[in-house]
Design a protein. Sequence first.
Length: 293
Amino acid sequence: MTTGHPFLRRRVRPTPPGQEARPTAATSGTATTSGTPATSGTTATPGVPLRRPTPPAGPPVASVPAAPASSGGGLSLSSGRQPAPSAVRTPAQRSSTAPSASAAEPGATPPRSDRVARRLRERASRIRPFPAPDPRDVRVLGPEDPVVRIDRRRSAVGALRITGSTSAAWESVDHVVGAATADGATAGRAVTTRGNRPLVGYDGSDVLVALRHVRELRRALVMGRGSDRLVVALHDGTTLAVDPGDADTTTILALSVIDGELELRAEPFPRATHDGDVFAAFGFVLSAPTVGV
């Protein structure tokens, strides 16, 4: 009975005879060596046998299934269910899905689409013309340098202007042939681009070639019978003079489009009294004019 609460009593189970508590060797040894009573969680009470403390009861522990050997290790928290296949590949899977050694080699050719393969075949089947200098490397187009060729990019930008000419003739890829003079006279048929501008024609006293539609042009001729020399000017500022010839010959500027590249050629020709002789010599046959135009 405690002092503060006289109504509380400590009940002690009576000990049957012959089962009195006996000190164990560990308890007696500890008490003997330390000189103080043992301070364990169980206090020896006379007449009460010593018992092992029972752990408090708790919720049952769910058994965790062992992870399969192919799952790559680690525990699964899905109680009793099979773990989902992991996104991490095993070394065997990595080796099976790895690219082949031939594709990983630096010299291996990557697979090409049908469109790329078709373009490569078309490029290989093109007939490349003989090498020709660039207009930027030639100052005078004449007997020493009779041919220059403009690259495909510059041949399709801006306009080509030719000064000092007296007449010009043209032929489109549809074999439409026409001619015009600096005086304003025309013959044959004109070729008009989608922008409603002439493919080749006169702008005042200068001949203009619409390079934006250069693939619609097959060839052209520019003649200069006056005292002025023919001068070719590109949109990038490149200028090129044409040899004027002598008393017996004149130089005709011939333009040809070869696979999108504009080629300029100086053609010496005997001085004739009529442009029809020049047209016939180069194979130009004027188209019949459109009725009502």
